[in-house]
Design a protein around this ligand. Structure first.
Ligand code: BGC
Length: 769
């Protein structure tokens, strides 16, 4: 990854002629620390600004039909806009920054943001896939490349990482997050914030982050998007809040505020969330940004009677910038006039925005991420701008092998392979949702990837086999804003017949099934988690041919796959794996890469089990499969537990764990203890696995989860090779919020569990003194 840093250094700072006209000399002479210098600079600037100009800085708008370029030009001229999102080329960004420099009174630079969630031009696997890698270097690499490409496009900020913990796969946005586990998501949040922002926010390729969606958006009731969240403070601070805090502690400059309410108060109007927790407790000093149209929505939430009240509530709660919401610009001036809002309150929010611009280095060089105009790429989508090898590498690491009966995989590079399914040759779906400036035409499908990787001795046949769904209502929903799913003119039966002809000629069938990308997106909540009927029919018919059946799953959420698990000889979860997805998947299917991904979310057997998550609390009547009693906590019509547990994933080789050892029977308050284990590759191939450590506080003043992830090591072993892995445990790992909301680690016994997934674990015990 060294090259990335050296590239950053080499590009250096561009000096633009407009700098000469910039607002003020950078540092007030008396200021000493960088922060004092910034404060002095911003205070000086604020003194020169009119109320309208201050309010203008609080406005963030999207370029699009609602805001055509001419309208934006006028806003810029009058100092009525602070930042822009949804524009992604240097030429466009430069044109707007030029307008600021040429037309506006104070020449306060705009900043430019975008949803760079899993890549900018090169698309990496969706976040849930990146999380499945359990690979810190791969995660960081995906973030660095995204930052590099986004800043090369002139962007200053991303609306990422999205770290909403979710235990409900009905919610379409699970695809954007890192799964159900607080510890893993916090770890990824830290890695990504550092990867995007780098050490120096003013560096040419630093991209500021805006962690989202604060707070608890992943816990919307029933998995229905935008719905209510109601939660105990213990669960909130123990399970849902830490990833946001981790991102902030790692230096995230922005926080995007969620659309949901929290215990009755919409986050956008929630003083407690935005001031008490975020600013006072967590010492966050960056900017808060309301989500799209959220200020207006305060009226529909039923906490504001009119636009004026909505604007006042949001500002006074602690929203600094409004996204795609005209209320601030329209109503704040009169609210100040009437005395309902003070100019100091406006100034405070404005100061935050200016601080961020200062930190970005924009006052020094408004063109910081643009470079000289002559360096603008002629073709923004040029192949040379992509980072394909890195994308392939990360995508391979994100794949999770769920089943491999009789070593169906890897495939032999000979004979006939039938590649079938509505997703087998779909470039658009491969990109997943929120694919930024990625171009679907540049993505590699599974069918293409298999042809690339198979070699000359294998014959590859292809048939679509089925539409992704035949349900007209769902097709209409998916095609509402773009031509997202193409429905074949041929009848479903004709598609199926063609697929069966291919399957019958083949030695093995690879069926690529799952979801269209729009099914796992914002506003794509689902009440059912099985595959669409069209695809279930296809799978059943393929199974009936008697050919070995490999199911390659493309989807953005855990699905319930009980019958697919029974039907398939091998199952590979590939999420939506991005620009190089097809090649990466083919690498795994043909054994050029040995899969090592592990699930970051439990896969339910049926939708009725939701919420289902591994780190649940014990009950007074736990169910045990060995001794199932009637009056125990279970469903009588469904097996207990997930189909595939959190942390689960197979390899083409096998691993064993042995000799688990704790360094001491007791852990002192100021001490640490180590847990070690020997891991051995007991199979025939080189491979990697993820060894996971879980803790359980056996008796505490509150019931504590049956297990909680507190560490992992990803380790590569040759056949027969063994390694001893060591985990360090400290009292910090056992901290929790007690009934009085004090964060404590209580004395007593602690179970330490080590395993290759969250279910098959070896346990030992120590005592926390
Ligand atoms: C989403 C955010 C996103 C924003 C800007 C909203 O609808 O909830 O996650 O960052 O749009 O695109």
């Amino acid at each position: 990854m060294k090259w990335l840093y050296s590239l950053t250094m080499a590009v250096g700072l561009a000096c633009h002629p407009a700098l000469a006209q910039s607002v003020a000399p950078l540092a007030a002479p008396t200021a000493t620390t960088p922060q004092q210098q910034r404060d002095a600079y911003v205070s000086d600037l604020l003194k020169k600004m009119t109320l309208e100009e201050k309010i203008g800085q609080l406005r963030l708008i999207s370029v699009g039909p609602d805001n055509p370029k001419e309208a934006i030009r006028e806003m810029i001229r009058h100092g009525q806009v602070g930042a822009i999102f949804n524009t992604v080329t240097r030429q466009n960004i430069r044109a707007m920054q030029d307008q600021v420099m040429q037309l506006s009174r104070l020449k306060i630079p705009l900043f430019f943001a975008y949803d760079v969630v899993h890549g900018q031009r090169t698309i990496f696997p969706i976040s849930l896939g990146v999380a499945s890698s359990w690979d810190r270097d791969a995660i960081a690499l995906s973030g660095r490349i995204a930052a590099l490409e986004a800043s090369e496009d002139g962007l200053n900020m991303t609306w990422a990482p999205m770290v909403d913990i979710t235990r409900d796969p009905r919610w379409g946005r699970v695809s954007e997050g890192f799964g159900e586990d607080t510890w893993l998501t916090s770890e990824i949040a830290r890695i990504l914030v550092k990867a995007y922002q780098g050490d120096d926010p003013q560096a040419r390729h630093a991209l500021m982050t805006s962690v989202k969606h604060y707070a608890l958006y992943g816990a919307v009731e029933g998995g229905r998007d935008y719905n209510t969240v109601d939660m105990s403070p213990q669960r909130m601070f123990q399970d849902y809040m830490p990833p946001y805090k981790a991102a902030i502690d790692a230096g995230s400059s922005g926080v995007m505020v969620s659309l949901n309410s929290v215990n009755g108060v919409p986050a956008t109007a929630n003083r407690w969330l935005l001031q008490d927790v975020l600013h006072q407790q967590w010492k966050f000093s960056g900017i808060t940004i309301s989500d799209h149209g959220a200020i207006k929505e305060l009226i529909k939430h039923g906490v504001a009677s009119d636009p004026r009240e909505a604007s006042r509530l949001a500002l006074q709660a602690g929203i600094n910038m409004s996204m795609s919401d005209e209320y601030f610009i329209r109503y704040l001036p009169e609210l100040v006039k009437s005395g309902a809002v003070s100019e100091q309150e406006i100034e405070l929010a404005c100061r935050k925005v200016l601080n961020v611009k200062y930190d970005m280095g924009l006052f020094q060089d408004p063109y910081r991420h643009l470079g000289p105009a002559e360096s603008d790429p002629q073709d923004t989508n040029a192949e040379s701008r992509l980072h394909r090898p890195e994308a392939r590498e990360v995508a391979r690491k994100s794949l999770v092998l769920l089943k491999n009966r009789l070593q169906t995989l890897p495939l032999k590079r000979q004979g006939t392979i039938a590649v079938i399914g509505p997703l087998a040759d779909s470039k658009l779906d491969m990109m997943g949702s929120w694919s930024a400036a990625g171009v679907a035409a540049q993505s590699v499908t599974v069918y293409q990837g298999m042809k690339n990787v198979a070699g000359p001795r294998a014959r590859i046949l292809y048939a679509k086999g089925a539409n992704v769904t035949d349900h007209q209502g769902i097709i209409d929903f998916l095609n509402q804003y773009e031509a997202a799913v193409a429905i074949e003119k041929r009848s479903p039966q004709a598609l199926l017949d063609e697929a069966l002809v291919a399957a019958r000629q083949a030695d093995v069938v690879v069926a690529v099934v799952g979801e269209a990308r729009g099914m796992a997106h914002e506003a794509s909540s689902q009440a059912k988690l099985t595959l669409p009927d069209s695809q279930r029919k296809l799978i059943a018919a393929l199974k009936a041919t008697g050919k070995p059946l490999v199911l390659v799953l493309m989807n953005g959420r855990p699905l319930s796959l009980v019958s697919e698990d029974q039907q398939a000889d091998a199952l590979l979860e590939t999420w939506f794996s991005g620009t190089e997805g097809g090649n990466a998947i083919a690498d795994v299917l043909f054994g050029d890469y040995n899969p090592a991904g592990k699930l970051p979310m439990s896969f339910p057997r049926s939708v009725g089990q939701i919420p289902i998550y591994y780190n649940h609390l014990p009950t007074g009547r736990p169910y045990s499969p060995e001794n199932p009693g009637k009056y125990t906590s279970h469903y009588y019509d469904e097996a207990n537990g997930p189909l595939y547990p959190f942390g689960y994933g197979l390899s083409y080789t096998t691993f064993s764990l042995s000799d688990m050892h704790l360094s001491a029977p007791r852990l002192k308050r100021d001490g640490t203890l180590t847990a070690s284990v020997r891991v051995k590759n007991t199979g025939q191939r080189t491979g990697e696995t993820v060894v996971q450590l879980y803790l359980h506080d056996v008796v505490a003043s509150l019931s504590r989860p049956v297990k909680e992830l507190r560490g992992f090591h990803k380790v590569m072993l040759q056949p027969g090779q063994e390694k001893t892995l060591t985990f360090t445990i400290s009292p910090e790992d056992l901290m929790f919020y007690n009934a009085q909301m004090q964060r404590v680690a209580e004395p007593g016994d602690v179970d330490v569990m080590i395993g290759l997934d969250s279910q098959r674990l070896t346990t030992q015990r120590f005592t926390l003194l």
